[in-house]
Design a binder for this molecule. Sequence first.
Ligand code: PHE
Length: 343
Amino acid sequence: MDQITALESLATELQEGLNQASSFDDLETLRIAYLGRKGRLAAIMLTLPSLSSEERPLVGQKANQVKERCNALFEKKREELVSLREQSALARFDASLPGRTPGLGSLHPDTLVIEEICAIFEKLGFSIAQGPEVEIDHYNFEALNIPPDHPARDMQDTLYIKDTILLRTHTSPVQVRTMERTKPPLAVVVPGKVYRRDSDITHTPMFHQIEGLMVGDGITMAHLRGILTAFVRGVFGAKTRVRFRQSFFPFTEPSAEVDISCFLCGGKGEVNGEPCRVCKSTGWVEILGCGMVDPAVFASVNYPDTVSGFAFGLGVERIAMLKYGIGDLRLFFENDVRFLGQF
Ligand code: PHE
């Protein structure tokens, strides 16, 4: 019988075809050619009705065997292709490649300096206070003994929101707010943002200050000097010396500006024979303003005239620039992660 011979060679030929196949597409093409609806097995089956009733079951039986055999061959080849694919994926996987590290954020130099300075004052017994950035004239100027015709009140210097509502120009209004709600003795430091109508290489419209205030019985300028010395030695090193220069602020009397001995040249004014770039050869660097709280300020919060106290205010960016050797103030506010990641 031709059908039996044809069926017998079907599986052998399929095996040869499968040996050549190298992809799942090849496999599918072969399946359609051999076992598909119009494939070679189907073609043989179509001839069954023309056979005699003795031949028909023999051929039918043979056809079933061949079909199973073909299915088994396909399955074997499919498994081979699957395992080949896995092996090549493994070969491409390089376990020695370094992983991708996610970028870690870092604290802004302003934040670092604020945290460091506040920590020093907390050890000295100060607590942290805060106040609003949108402030009223009363706290920003009036209660601080800043007269109505003072140039700081000018539209040129202060960012006004309405007639008497403004963006605070310093952290000093928080002195007044703190005293209003606290009886003496007290000691606070106040970190925060302040705003001025100023924009050039050394001024930005927003910057940070830390205010200090200590009030009690018998507080003197000697306490101020002692506290500030401890503070600058904490930030700039134990050998740092402090110098007071007479100055003026409406809310302190007497007032002073404080210089520290230059931390780069140690006060000598030169480094390896070259003029010191930090102190410009003077040996001193200005770092803050301070003074004894003016009695007029105590009066504005109804403190008894028996108390005394000192206050100081410093610029955070200035300290950060000195401490980290940053040459340009604008870098603080450009948010370039290459700059911010260095501290
Ligand atoms: N508020 C002052 C300023 O912004 C600094 C200062 C604070 C001076 C406290 C004396 C006492 O310049």
